[in-house]
Design a protein around this ligand. Structure first.
Ligand code: ADP
Length: 153
Protein backbone atom coordinates (compact mmCIF):
# COMPACT_ATOMS: atom_id res chain seq x y z
CA UNK A 1 0.00 0.00 0.00
CA UNK A 2 1.26 3.45 -0.92
CA UNK A 3 0.17 5.64 1.95
CA UNK A 4 0.92 9.37 2.15
CA UNK A 5 0.41 11.74 5.05
CA UNK A 6 -0.51 15.35 4.23
CA UNK A 7 0.36 17.22 7.42
CA UNK A 8 -0.64 20.78 8.21
CA UNK A 9 -2.55 23.06 10.52
CA UNK A 10 -5.43 23.63 8.09
CA UNK A 11 -6.71 26.70 9.98
CA UNK A 12 -8.86 26.51 7.87
CA UNK A 13 -8.44 24.14 4.91
CA UNK A 14 -8.49 26.08 1.61
CA UNK A 15 -9.10 25.18 -2.03
CA UNK A 16 -5.29 25.17 -2.38
CA UNK A 17 -4.94 22.32 0.15
CA UNK A 18 -7.88 20.48 -1.43
CA UNK A 19 -6.29 20.74 -4.88
CA UNK A 20 -2.99 19.24 -3.68
CA UNK A 21 -4.78 16.23 -2.16
CA UNK A 22 -7.00 15.62 -5.19
CA UNK A 23 -4.09 15.84 -7.61
CA UNK A 24 -2.10 13.40 -5.46
CA UNK A 25 -4.90 10.81 -5.31
CA UNK A 26 -3.73 8.91 -8.43
CA UNK A 27 -0.25 8.58 -6.89
CA UNK A 28 -1.29 6.87 -3.65
CA UNK A 29 -3.64 4.17 -2.36
CA UNK A 30 -4.51 6.28 0.64
CA UNK A 31 -3.88 9.86 1.77
CA UNK A 32 -4.18 10.74 5.44
CA UNK A 33 -4.82 14.44 5.93
CA UNK A 34 -3.19 14.92 9.31
CA UNK A 35 -3.95 17.85 11.53
CA UNK A 36 -0.88 18.60 13.59
CA UNK A 37 -1.64 20.06 16.98
CA UNK A 38 0.90 22.20 18.71
CA UNK A 39 -0.19 23.03 22.27
CA UNK A 40 1.81 26.30 22.31
CA UNK A 41 0.13 27.60 19.13
CA UNK A 42 -3.13 29.56 19.10
CA UNK A 43 -5.56 28.54 16.37
CA UNK A 44 -8.46 30.51 14.87
CA UNK A 45 -10.70 27.42 14.54
CA UNK A 46 -10.59 24.77 17.24
CA UNK A 47 -9.44 21.26 16.44
CA UNK A 48 -12.88 19.71 16.05
CA UNK A 49 -13.99 22.49 13.63
CA UNK A 50 -10.84 22.09 11.53
CA UNK A 51 -11.38 18.33 11.40
CA UNK A 52 -15.05 18.78 10.42
CA UNK A 53 -14.02 21.13 7.59
CA UNK A 54 -11.47 18.64 6.23
CA UNK A 55 -13.87 15.68 6.54
CA UNK A 56 -16.62 17.59 4.72
CA UNK A 57 -14.18 18.52 1.93
CA UNK A 58 -13.30 14.90 1.22
CA UNK A 59 -16.63 13.26 2.05
CA UNK A 60 -16.80 12.03 -1.56
CA UNK A 61 -13.54 10.00 -1.49
CA UNK A 62 -12.89 6.88 0.54
CA UNK A 63 -9.16 7.16 -0.28
CA UNK A 64 -8.82 10.15 2.04
CA UNK A 65 -8.72 9.77 5.82
CA UNK A 66 -8.58 12.61 8.32
CA UNK A 67 -6.88 12.48 11.69
CA UNK A 68 -5.32 14.72 14.33
CA UNK A 69 -1.90 13.93 15.78
CA UNK A 70 0.37 15.29 18.50
CA UNK A 71 3.66 13.45 17.94
CA UNK A 72 6.47 14.23 15.49
CA UNK A 73 5.21 13.93 11.90
CA UNK A 74 7.76 11.19 11.17
CA UNK A 75 6.53 9.15 14.16
CA UNK A 76 2.93 9.58 13.05
CA UNK A 77 3.90 8.37 9.56
CA UNK A 78 5.58 5.31 11.01
CA UNK A 79 2.51 4.53 13.13
CA UNK A 80 0.37 4.75 9.99
CA UNK A 81 2.82 2.75 7.81
CA UNK A 82 3.11 5.77 5.53
CA UNK A 83 6.37 6.05 3.58
CA UNK A 84 5.48 9.40 1.97
CA UNK A 85 4.75 12.91 3.15
CA UNK A 86 2.76 15.11 0.78
CA UNK A 87 3.22 18.89 0.75
CA UNK A 88 2.43 21.78 -1.61
CA UNK A 89 4.82 24.42 -2.98
CA UNK A 90 3.63 27.93 -3.78
CA UNK A 91 6.89 29.84 -4.04
CA UNK A 92 10.55 30.00 -3.11
CA UNK A 93 9.78 30.61 0.55
CA UNK A 94 7.78 27.37 0.68
CA UNK A 95 10.63 25.63 -1.13
CA UNK A 96 13.31 26.70 1.37
CA UNK A 97 11.18 25.62 4.29
CA UNK A 98 10.01 22.35 2.73
CA UNK A 99 13.49 21.32 1.56
CA UNK A 100 14.90 21.59 5.08
CA UNK A 101 12.01 19.70 6.69
CA UNK A 102 12.09 17.04 3.95
CA UNK A 103 15.79 16.32 4.57
CA UNK A 104 15.23 16.11 8.33
CA UNK A 105 12.25 13.79 7.91
CA UNK A 106 14.26 11.54 5.60
CA UNK A 107 16.99 11.29 8.26
CA UNK A 108 14.80 10.73 11.29
CA UNK A 109 12.02 8.86 9.49
CA UNK A 110 14.01 5.97 8.01
CA UNK A 111 13.95 7.21 4.44
CA UNK A 112 10.53 8.87 4.61
CA UNK A 113 10.15 10.57 1.22
CA UNK A 114 8.49 13.96 0.79
CA UNK A 115 6.48 14.40 -2.41
CA UNK A 116 6.04 18.07 -3.35
CA UNK A 117 3.38 19.21 -5.78
CA UNK A 118 3.55 22.67 -7.33
CA UNK A 119 0.50 24.78 -6.40
CA UNK A 120 -1.96 25.33 -9.21
CA UNK A 121 -1.72 28.89 -10.60
CA UNK A 122 -5.37 29.51 -9.61
CA UNK A 123 -4.60 28.88 -5.93
CA UNK A 124 -0.99 29.98 -5.75
CA UNK A 125 -1.77 33.04 -3.59
CA UNK A 126 -4.24 31.24 -1.27
CA UNK A 127 -3.25 30.71 2.34
CA UNK A 128 -5.07 29.99 5.58
CA UNK A 129 -3.57 33.22 6.94
CA UNK A 130 -5.21 35.43 4.30
CA UNK A 131 -8.52 33.60 4.79
CA UNK A 132 -8.40 34.33 8.54
CA UNK A 133 -7.54 37.99 7.95
CA UNK A 134 -10.41 38.44 5.49
CA UNK A 135 -12.82 36.71 7.89
CA UNK A 136 -11.72 38.98 10.73
CA UNK A 137 -12.49 41.91 8.42
CA UNK A 138 -16.00 40.54 7.97
CA UNK A 139 -15.71 39.84 4.23
CA UNK A 140 -16.87 36.81 2.25
CA UNK A 141 -14.23 34.08 1.97
CA UNK A 142 -16.14 31.54 -0.11
CA UNK A 143 -13.78 32.09 -3.07
CA UNK A 144 -10.97 30.52 -1.03
CA UNK A 145 -12.78 27.66 0.69
CA UNK A 146 -13.93 24.22 -0.48
CA UNK A 147 -17.70 24.42 -1.08
CA UNK A 148 -18.69 22.09 1.79
CA UNK A 149 -16.67 24.29 4.18
CA UNK A 150 -18.51 27.45 3.11
CA UNK A 151 -21.77 25.64 3.88
CA UNK A 152 -20.56 24.73 7.37
CA UNK A 153 -19.44 28.26 8.26
P1 ADP B 1 1.68 24.38 7.93
O1 ADP B 1 1.21 25.11 9.15
O2 ADP B 1 2.35 23.06 8.24
O3 ADP B 1 2.45 25.20 6.92
P2 ADP B 1 -0.61 24.64 6.25
O4 ADP B 1 -1.97 24.13 6.62
O5 ADP B 1 -0.46 26.09 6.18
O6 ADP B 1 0.35 23.93 7.26
O7 ADP B 1 -0.14 24.01 4.86
C1 ADP B 1 0.00 22.63 4.65
C2 ADP B 1 0.65 22.38 3.30
O8 ADP B 1 -0.19 22.89 2.25
C3 ADP B 1 2.01 23.05 3.09
O9 ADP B 1 2.83 22.19 2.34
C4 ADP B 1 1.69 24.27 2.27
O10 ADP B 1 2.78 24.68 1.48
C5 ADP B 1 0.57 23.73 1.40
N1 ADP B 1 -0.30 24.78 0.88
C6 ADP B 1 -0.87 25.79 1.56
N2 ADP B 1 -1.59 26.58 0.75
C7 ADP B 1 -1.47 26.05 -0.50
C8 ADP B 1 -1.97 26.43 -1.80
N3 ADP B 1 -2.71 27.52 -1.96
N4 ADP B 1 -1.65 25.65 -2.85
C9 ADP B 1 -0.86 24.56 -2.67
N5 ADP B 1 -0.35 24.17 -1.49
C10 ADP B 1 -0.65 24.89 -0.41
Amino acid sequence: MRIAVFPGSFDPITKGHEDIVRRALPLFDKIIVALGTNSSKKYYFDESKRLDFIRATFADTSKVEVEAYQELTSDFCQKKSARFILRGLRNGTDFDYEATIAMLNKDIGNGLETVLLIADAKYNYFSSTVVREIMKGGKDVSLFLPEPVTKLL
